[in-house]
Design a protein around this ligand. Structure first.
Ligand code: ATP
Ligand code: MG
Length: 403
C-alpha cells in the first residue's frame, strides 16, 4: 500500500468512470444551452455567512456538513456545499438584476462533510441552473421539462416528484399544524427531530431515520394549507406538465433539505438505487434576504456522479488510429500523425519500440481500431499502410501531393 491515501470521502475519477462523468456533464450542459442558460463561473469559497443565511441555520448542511475554516485574518470561510447561495450572492453583487430576467448555470465541485457511502461523497460535482426574475409557473414547468429531457436522453429510469411548500402567507399555519402533530407523536421521533421539531418542523419531513420516515406518513399536508396564489401556481404547474406530457408524481411530504425554498419543489428519484439525482425548487425571497431587490427565482442541481453512475452504456467512441513507425522514419511518422489529426481522427503515435508483431500487439492493447504502419518503403513512396485490426485487412493510402 502506498504511503499516501486519498482523503476519506474524496475520489479519483478515471478510466470508464471519467468518460461517463464527462459524457453526462456535457449532455447536461448542451441541454442548458438549448434552453438559453448562460454560464457563470463561481468561486468554490464564500464567506460562511452566505451559506448560513441562505440554507438556514437548522439544516443538516449548516449544522454538520460544512467544510468551514478561518483564513489568516480570522474571517470565517467555507467550501461551498451547494451552488445557489453563491449564485444569488453573485447575482446581487454584479447587479445582474438590471436585465428583465436572467438564466444562469454553473458547474463544479461541492463539499459536504457527510458519511461517505455509495453515491454520497465529501466532494461531488454539480451542474446547477437558476432562473432569476420570473414568478410564472411556466418557468417551473420548463425547468422540470429540461430535467426530464436529460433523464430521458440518458435513458435513466427516474420518477419526478413534485410538491408545493407554500409561501410566507400560507406556510406559518402549516408550520403550526406540524408542530402540534409532532408534539402528539413525539415518542416515535428520533432525538434530532425532537430537538428541531419546534424550530424547524419541516426538516422532520426530510429525516432519513426509518422510524421518522414511518412517523411522518400521516402528517398534515402543505397542499391542504396553500393560499390562493400558491394553489393557483401549483395547479398551473401541473397543467403545464400535463400539456408537455411529462410524467410526475405528487409527493406531499417532499420538502428538500434547505430552508430557502418556496412554492414548487421537485426531485428526480432514480428507481434503481432509490437515490435523488436531480433536485430543485423555487426560492422567491432569497435574493431579497441576501440584500438584493425582491426577485422571484427557481433553480435545480444535478449530481453528476449519481447521474453517471446510472448511465448504462456510453455511445461509441471515435475509432483510434495507432501510428507505428519502423526505422529512420520519425519525421514522416510525425507528419502522418499530424495529417490524420488534422482530419479529425483520434491518433496515438506509438511511444514504444519493437518488431512489427510486438507493435501490433501493443496497438491492440491500446484499443486501436486501425494500425497505421510506417516504414522506409512508406516514407519513400509517400503513403502509409492502414491495417484494420479486426480482420487484418491492409490498405495502401497515398498522401496528398503536398506531402
Ligand atoms: P440527499 O437527500 O441525497 O442528501 P440533498 O437533498 O442533500 O440529497 P441537494 O442538496 O438537493 O441534495 O443536491 C442536489 C443533488 O446533488 C442531489 O440530488 C445529488 O445528486 C447530489 N448530491 C448531494 N449531496 C451529494 C453527495 N454527498 N455526494 C454526491 N452527490 C450528492
Ligand atoms: Mg444531503
Amino acid at each position: 500500500m502506498s504511503e499516501f491515501q486519498r482523503v476519506r470521502g474524496f475520489h479519483d475519477i478515471f478510466g470508464e468512470e471519467a468518460k461517463k462523468f464527462r459524457y453526462t456533464a456535457n449532455l447536461v450542459r448542451e441541454k442548458l444551452r438549448l434552453y438559453n442558460f448562460e454560464e457563470i463561473l463561481l468561486p468554490v469559497v464564500e464567506y460562511l455567512e452566505v451559506f448560513q443565511r441562505s440554507i438556514g441555520e437548522i439544516t443538516d448542511i449548516v449544522q454538520k456538513e460544512m467544510f468551514s475554516f478561518q483564513d489568516r485574518k480570522g474571517r470565517w470561510l467555507a467550501l461551498r456545499p451547494e451552488g445557489t447561495a453563491g449564485a444569488v450572492r453573485a447575482y446581487i453583487q454584479n447587479k445582474l438584476y438590471s436585465k428583465p430576467y436572467i438564466k444562469l448555470f454553473y458547474e463544479g465541485p461541492m463539499f459536504r462533510y457527510e458519511r461517505p457511502q455509495a453515491g454520497r461523497y465529501r466532494q461531488f460535482h454539480q451542474i446547477g441552473a437558476e432562473v432569476f426574475g420570473s414568478i410564472d409557473p411556466m418557468v417551473d414547468a420548463e425547468v422540470i421539462q429540461l430535467v426530464y429531457e436529460v433523464l430521458s436522453q440518458l435513458r435513466i429510469d427516474a420518477v419526478i416528484e413534485i410538491n408545493s411548500i407554500g409561501c410566507k402567507v400560507c406556510r406559518p399555519a402549516y408550520r403550526e399544524a406540524l408542530v402540534e402533530y409532532f408534539n402528539h407523536i413525539e415518542a416515535s421521533l428520533c432525538e434530532v427531530c425532537i430537538d428541531r421539531k419546534d424550530r424547524n418542523p419541516l426538516r422532520v419531513l426530510d429525516c432519513k431515520v426509518p422510524t421518522c420516515k414511518e412517523a411522518v406518513k400521516e402528517v398534515p399536508k402543505m397542499v391542504d394549507f396553500l393560499c390562493e396564489e400558491c394553489k393557483e401556481h401549483y395547479s398551473k404547474l401541473k397543467e403545464y406538465l400535463s400539456k408537455l406530457s411529462i410524467p410526475y408524481r405528487e409527493n406531499p411530504n417532499l420538502v428538500r433539505g434547505l430552508d430557502y425554498y418556496t412554492k414548487t419543489v421537485f426531485e428526480a428519484v432514480a428507481v434503481e438505487f432509490d437515490l435523488t439525482v436531480i433536485a430543485g425548487g423555487r426560492y422567491d425571497y432569497l435574493v431579497e434576504e441576501l440584500g438584493g431587490p425582491p426577485t422571484p427565482a427557481i433553480g435545480f442541481a444535478v449530481g453528476i456522479e449519481r447521474l453517471s453512475m446510472l448511465l448504462k452504456d456510453l455511445p461509441m467512441e471515435d475509432p483510434l488510429y495507432v501510428v507505428i513507425p519502423f526505422g529512420d522514419v520519425m519525421d514522416y511518422a510525425f507528419l502522418v500523425a499530424k495529417l490524420l489529426r488534422s482530419e479529425g481522427k483520434r491518433v496515438e503515435l506509438s511511444y514504444k519500440r519493437g518488431g512489427l508483431k510486438k507493435q501490433l500487439e501493443l496497438a491492440n492493447r491500446l484499443g486501436a481500431k486501425y494500425a497505421v504502419i510506417i516504414g522506409e518503403e512508406e516514407k519513400a513512396g509517400g503513403f502509409y499502410t492502414l491495417k484494420y485490426m479486426e480482420t487484418g485487412e491492409q490498405l495502401k493510402i497515398e498522401l496528398a501531393p503536398t506531402w
